[in-house]
Every structure is written in C-alpha cells, then in structure tokens.
Design a protein around this ligand. Structure first.
Ligand SMILES: C[S@@+](CC[C@H](N)C(=O)[O-])C[C@H]1O[C@@H](n2cnc3c(N)ncnc32)[C@H](O)[C@@H]1O
Length: 245
C-alpha cells in the first residue's frame, strides 16, 4: 500500500520524467561536468533511489536481476564485493532478511567489503578500507563467516578509470577474476555469483572459465544500467563445488 507521501513523490517523479532539466550556475565548469549533472538531473533512477532511500541508483540493477533470476532467499549468506556506498548491501540485507524485518523467515547474513571507507548499513557486517585483491582482506571476510559458506557472491567492483582503455579493461578483469576465485573458495554447492564487468574481448573467456565451475552463466544488462555504459553482468548459477583430491 502506498502512503500519501509516496504517491506525492511518485507523481513528482512522473512529472519530472516528462520534462528535460538543465543545470543552472554551470559558468566556468567544463562540458563534462555539465553533461554529468544534466544526466543526473534527468535520470529517473536517481530520483527513484532518493525516494526509496537507496544510497545510489545501482540498487535498481540488483533489484532487476534478483526479480527476474531469484538469486536471494531469506536466510542466505551473501558477500558483497566493492560495496561502497552501499546500495547493493541495502538490497541484499532486505532480501535475505539480515535485518530480521521478516519475523517468520530465516535470518540471513551480509558481509560487505570495499577498498573505500563505508557508512554502516543496518543488518550488514561492513569492512571498509579493505582491498579485496589482498589475501588479508579475503581472510578477514572469510573469518567473518564463522565457518559458514556463502550462498551468493555479488561483485560490483570497478577500478578507478585511467582513461587508457586497455589498462582499464585489464584492471577490471583482475577484479572480476578476484571475485570469481574468492567465490570458488567460499561458496556452498549451488551458490550464485554475480559479477560486473565492462564488455570487452575478455567477456567470453571469463564466461567460459565460469562455466567450468557453475552449471550456467547468463550475461545480463538490466534496464537500469545506462545504455551508453559498457557494463554488463555475468550471473553464474549453481556452483558445482570443488572436488576434494
Ligand atoms: C560501482 S561502485 C559499487 C557500488 C555499490 N554496488 C553500490 O550499489 O553502492 C564500485 C566499487 O568497487 C570498489 N573497489 C574497486 N576496487 C576494489 C578492491 N580492490 N577491493 C574492494 N573494493 C574495490 C570501489 O571502491 C567502488 O566503491
């Protein structure tokens, strides 16, 4: 049921989406700042994120993916890699009931990690200033699981862009493989892995490598992912487990 306030906000968003807004006071600012601000002001997901108190618009990418693929179940253990500012963490906490909001459902656990500092998300265990490329950070996350295995690993990690495409693609790929390798180490049989990457010549290699460990790997581009962005998401389903030798 919608409250009066949310209907008001919805109408505001709808009206907002019918007109194009240009920023004021951009004198002296570069054209890329003007372009960025214009895009933010006209992006319905930015408005919607404010309305639902998500820390950023990325929340809707995960919501769309989960709504169509059912990756989360109440009671799941989730690791959120590259979590700052925390909108995926907010979504995961709700969907696995890590905040105990659903009294009759199993209680899940969300461990969020980022190289940057983060504000806490109620219901999640947060590790800020943690570089997931390092073994120390991976150990820290694994210790926080207290012997449990993960049901879902999500990675929205992205490197700071250098502007040199080859270097950026390589850095991105390193983060993808780090999340993938870490997932293989900490996942329960049947687990899911969702990894963001920038579409490049490496996509099919990563997909093939994932297929060795998961039953199926689906490439996804949610509607809320900007069409001019090269980002795509690889969703690996049903971890096969590691053979003990
Ligand atoms: C697109 S943002 C994530 C947004 C987040 N999913 C959300 O919804 O709020 C990408 C994040 O990856 C993080 N990141 C990049 N390299 C990392 C690394 N080596 N270890 C951990 N986090 C990293 C960045 O600091 C950044 O916060």
């Amino acid at each position: 049921m919608y409250s009066g306030l949310s209907i008001c906000r919805y109408l505001h968003t709808t009206v907002h989406s019918l007109r194009h807004i240009s920023p004021n006071n951009m004198k002296g600012k570069g054209s890329s700042s003007t372009k960025w601000l214009t895009r933010q002001l006209n992006d319905p997901y930015v408005e919607k994120a404010k309305m639902f108190n998500y820390r950023c618009r990325s929340a809707f990418k995960l919501i769309e993916i989960d709504d169509s693929q059912s990756i989360f179940t109440p009671g799941d253990v989730v690791i959120d890699c590259g979590a700052a500012p925390g909108s995926w963490t907010q979504v995961a906490v709700k969907r696995v009931n890590a905040d105990l909001a659903l009294p009759n459902k199993p209680v899940g656990m969300v461990v969020a990690v980022d190289i940057q500092q983060m504000h806490s998300v109620p219901g999640a265990i947060m590790f800020g200033n943690c570089d997931l490329l390092s073994k120390d950070a991976q150990d820290k996350v694994q210790n926080a699981l207290h012997g449990k295995q993960a049901n879902v690993i999500i990675s929205d990690m992205a490197p700071s862009a250098t502007g040199i495409k080859e270097m950026d693609d390589e850095n991105m790929l390193r983060l993808c493989y780090t999340a993938f390798r870490f997932a293989v180490l900490v996942s329960k049989v049947d687990a899911f892995l969702l990894v963001k990457m920038w579409q490049s010549g490496f996509t099919s290699k990563l997909q093939k490598d994932m297929e060795r460990f998961y039953d199926k790997v689906k490439i996804m581009k949610p509607n809320s992912s900007r069409s001019d962005s090269a980002e795509i998401f690889l969703l690996a389903k049903h971890f096969k487990g590691l053979k003990s030798s």
